[in-house]
Write a protein that binds this ligand. Structure first.
Ligand SMILES: C[S@@+](CC[C@H](N)C(=O)[O-])C[C@H]1O[C@@H](n2cnc3c(N)ncnc32)[C@H](O)[C@@H]1O
Length: 475
């Protein structure tokens, strides 16, 4: 079985311009080693590898999980290997739902409760939780929003400092009424579905908008803002919820048809803990997309949803630290791994592969030389920690994958202070050190432009967006 379709003429991405400087010698050598496995695939559109492709998809369109990839991407890779399917960075469960719907055993690990909740709600509807019962309970929920009188204080939205003043005051009341109503729903699956419906419209009814690294704020909120924006008309909770409940009702039959047969396993936890618990050679195919090394902080962009789920300030801090290091706030997890990782042999293998990665060492050293110039010097530890943690993930993936099995991974390259970090090549090299064969790095025809501040200073550089295909050799 091949994961990638054979092509007669292979188009290569434009090689990076390293010039003659010795500063890039290792990155240049690594590029040359992988050059004939970098293939531009015009059929691999941005729509396919991003949430765009899920915007109209039943179930996946409920929660605007912008970090997701499309159900079509999963479906198009499903036949590339037999056996159980894994996604250790599952988001809203796209991989596991699609795989289980096709009759495969599927496991999804995801650290953000927002994603796991949504995936479980989609799965419940696909599994047949009574549509008419959901419609009736939804209608009751909507009626409860109209009722006068103030809801009990205990039901108020449990704000944390970064969410204060997120809602217009009438919405603040409506949210509390919704929480009071949900408290009274006895059936757990029903409460999960209705709770997820409410959680999924929080952004829409608020003064905020998720915008990559940040939560952007509308000028009408009571926060003191610099560079706020105008979101345009903001619907009431009732309006937004009514639309979402209607969507759930419309999607239910199709979800049952597509994903109804399966029962994916959703595990809420860190891949750096949960993967170690899975048995060796138990997975045929992994389709995943880890966080990108791009400073995006999910605990900021999903602050409203996390607060809705009852996360307090300490929970936010702990969750941020447990995420794969992709922000300047993340501290090293090495000590913790050294003392607590249950599979020290895998950790040792990951560390050797990480330390042997000369292009990464070169990029980190170059950033260290530029330290005083960096807008935030913690990007240096971000880069180093990201790859150490990803090396552990890759070493675990190799242990878990059955011979002949495959890993399909979506990721973006990044650049800091003019230093290109070829994430695709570094991770694929680590994968090969761990024992995988990198069959192909499929490249999107259009990459991602670098950030505008970087562009002004270091010129325009298109960063590759890729899908890696790694195979575990037979025997
Ligand atoms: C690029 S997104 C993947 C989204 C997914 N493909 C989907 O379709 O929804 C990366 C995911 O990794 C999760 N993540 C970050 N650190 C993690 C960790 N230590 N363990 C498990 N998941 C983690 C993030 O919460 C995020 O949902």
């Amino acid at each position: 079985m091949t994961a990638v379709a054979p092509t007669l003429f292979k188009t290569r991405p434009a090689p990076p311009e390293y010039g003659r400087s010795a500063d890039h010698a290792q990155r240049k050598a690594l590029y040359e080693r992988f050059a004939n496995r970098l293939v531009v695939r015009p059929e691999l559109t941005r729509r396919l590898v991003s949430y765009q492709g899920n915007k109209q998809q039943p179930g996946f369109r409920w929660m605007r999980y912008k970090e997701g990839f499309s159900a079509d991407l999963v479906a198009s890779n499903l036949e590339s290997a037999d056996g159980a399917v894994l996604d250790p960075f599952a988001g809203i469960g796209t991989t596991a739902l699609v795989a289980a719907g096709s009759g495969r055993r599927a496991t999804a690990v995801e650290i953000m409760p927002v994603g796991v909740r949504t995936a479980r709600a989609v799965s419940s509807i696909a599994g047949g939780v009574g549509s008419s019962a959901v419609e009736a309970a939804g209608a009751e929920l909507l009626r409860s929003l109209k009722s006068g009188g103030s809801p009990p204080d205990a039901c108020r939205f449990p704000h944390v400092p970064i969410t204060e003043h997120a809602f217009p005051s009438e919405t603040e009341y409506a949210v509390a009424r919704a929480r009071a109503f949900l408290d009274g729903v006895k059936d757990e699956e029903m409460r999960l579905v209705l709770d997820t419906a409410c959680m999924s419209v929080l952004e829409e009814v608020s003064y905020t908008r998720k915008d990559g690294q940040y939560l952007r704020w509308d000028n009408r909120s009571r926060r003191t803002l610099r560079g706020g924006m105008n979101k345009g008309p903001i619907p009431s909770l009732e309006e937004a919820l009514e639309r979402r409940l209607a969507e759930i009702a419309v999607d239910a039959p199709e979800l049952r048809r597509r994903y109804g047969g399966g029962s994916p396993r959703f595990v809420q936890g860190s891949a750096l803990i949960e993967m170690a618990k899975l048995p060796s050679s138990s997975i045929g195919l992994t389709v995943t997309s880890p966080p990108y090394a791009n400073r995006y902080d999910y605990t900021r962009t999903y602050a409203l949803e996390l607060a809705w789920l009852g996360y307090d300030r300490d929970d936010f801090r702990d969750l941020r630290q447990a995420l794969i290091s992709a922000t300047v706030e993340n501290r090293s997890k090495e000590e913790q791994l050294d003392s607590g990782y249950p599979r020290q042999d895998i950790l040792g293998k990951a560390k050797s592969a990480f330390r042997a990665q000369a292009a990464l060492a070169e990029a980190v050293e170059a950033l260290q030389r530029q330290r005083s110039d960096l807008s935030n010097p913690h990007v240096i530890r971000l880069v180093a920690n990201y790859f150490l943690e990803m090396a552990v993930v890759i070493a675990e993936l190799f242990r878990l994958t059955a011979p002949g099995g495959r890993v399909v991974m979506v990721n973006d390259n990044v650049q800091y202070h003019g230093q290109e970090i070829p994430v695709d090549l570094i991770l694929s090299d680590i994968a090969e050190t761990c024992g995988f064969e990198c069959e192909e790095i499929s490249v999107l025809a259009r990459g991602k432009g670098n950030a505008s501040q970087q562009m002004g200073r270091f010129g325009r550089r298109e960063l590759r967006k890729c899908v890696y295909h790694w195979v575990k050799p037979e025997g």
